[in-house]
Design a protein around this ligand. Structure first.
Ligand SMILES: NC(=O)c1ccc[n+]([C@@H]2O[C@H](COP(=O)([O-])OP(=O)(O)OC[C@H]3O[C@@H](n4cnc5c(N)ncnc54)[C@H](O)[C@@H]3O)[C@@H](O)[C@H]2O)c1
Length: 348
């Protein structure tokens, strides 16, 4: 079974992916600088995967994707060659990207360039990249297909689009590359055990962690941005995807890259279904038995009424589609927060 390098494996999606790849028999080298990840998450991955202490199937390295020698050390840390990279490491907060755009370009684009150079030096030409539906900007049509215009409206989205372009140019110039850019919609939920989940630093930017933290009493009410969107209940609609479905999408993409002739593709990972903020609040109240008080405030700049993936290409190309619904996402998010009210830390 293949040996993988996972960048950003200590983060929300990366930790779930590590577990899923280990359970499928892969061996992993994980590199993370822990700027937004947790070593505790990786310890729990080791336990959930029933790995023995010191197992050669999971090597954890503290390092930065912007640092050439950290990357070379990662490639040289195992005797076997690294067959593929699953590239999660990056900065992901839209608001922050507007405040410190250069940092976003440095890490998301500069870091990816360093990684691609390191891959070439170490003769590894297979990569699965975490892109984002933010590359579409204001969608002109719903559902959003992969052929929709790429018109990002913030630096975060621009950096994701830039990396997609770099990967496109690379695949054209050297046909041996095998590249998947996966455009995630809204990843939420947690591992069903309740031992892995999303643990944002400070005030969460996303709906599910906010509602879950209200449920455990860490916050008092939800600010709902906009009550008069052109949607059935007036609140904004998003395509939420369970993190376990998402990581299974990565496995499917990797298998296509490994099993088939070299190719490069871009594909949406979403459910193809939309849920409004108020529907999510409702689902959460049902699974938790907790009230989530809502305070309606104005729309945020750059928000859109509705964003839903056209999920057909993923099914055609990868033979993958989501299996978990809004109740599963709400239940698993709540289960994680209930067991770990302060995330991976005992107190915050
Ligand atoms: N969560 C989402 O809503 C979402 C949506 C679309 C795309 N994505 C993309 O998916 C990827 C993973 O997202 P996530 O939600 O797990 O984020 P996350 O912040 O939880 O995980 C990212 C990980 O990368 C690490 N990291 C950051 N900079 C690094 C660097 N320079 N060197 C090494 N490690 C570094 C962080 O410590 C963290 O562990 C990101 O690239 C993100 O842009 C996320």
């Amino acid at each position: 079974m293949a040996q993988l390098l996972i960048t950003g494996g200590a983060g929300f999606i990366g930790s779930h992916a590590c577990l899923s790849f280990l359970e499928s028999g892969y061996s992993l080298v994980v590199i993370d600088n822990y700027s937004n990840g947790s070593i505790e998450a990786l310890k729990r991955v080791t336990q959930l995967a029933s790995l023995e202490k010191g197992s050669k199937r999971l090597k954890l390295l503290s390092g930065d994707i912007c640092n050439i020698s950290d990357l070379d050390s990662a490639f040289n840390s195992v005797d076997e060659r690294i067959d593929a990279v699953i590239h999660f490491a990056g900065l992901k907060a839209v608001g922050e990207s507007i405040e410190i755009p250069l940092k976003y370009w440095e890490v998301n684009v500069g870091g990816t360039l360093c990684l691609l150079e390191a891959m070439k030096r170490n003769n590894c030409r297979t990569i699965v990249f975490s892109s984002s539906a933010t590359v579409y900007g204001y969608p002109k049509e719903i559902p959003i297909s992969e052929s929709a215009p790429i018109e990002p409206i913030n630096p975060y989205g621009s950096t994701k689009a830039a990396v997609e372009n770099i990967l496109f140019d690379l695949a054209k110039s050297e046909p041996g590359w095998r590249i998947a850019s996966l455009r995630y919609f809204n990843p939420v939920g947690a591992h069903p055990s309740g031992f892995l989940g999303e643990d944002p630093n400070g005030v969460p930017n996303n709906l599910f962690p906010l509602i879950s933290q209200i449920g455990v009493g860490r916050r008092s009410q939800l600010e709902v941005f906009g009550a008069n969107w052109p949607t059935p209940d007036g609140s904004a609609i998003r395509d939420y995807i369970h993190v376990m479905d998402l990581v299974e999408g990565h496995r499917a993409a990797l298998e296509v890259l490994i099993d088939q002739e070299p190719q490069s593709f871009v594909v949406n990972l979403g459910s193809g279904k939309g849920h409004s903020v108020l529907e999510v609040v409702n689902a959460f109240e049902t699974v938790s038995g907790k009230k989530c008080p809502c305070n309606f405030v104005g729309r945020r700049l750059g928000d859109v009424a509705c964003s839903i993936a056209d999920a057909r290409l993923a099914k055609e190309l990868l033979g993958w589609e989501t299996k978990r619904n809004l109740m599963d996402m709400s239940y698993d998010s709540w289960n994680w927060q209930k067991i770990n009210p302060f995330g991976y830390k005992t107190n915050k």
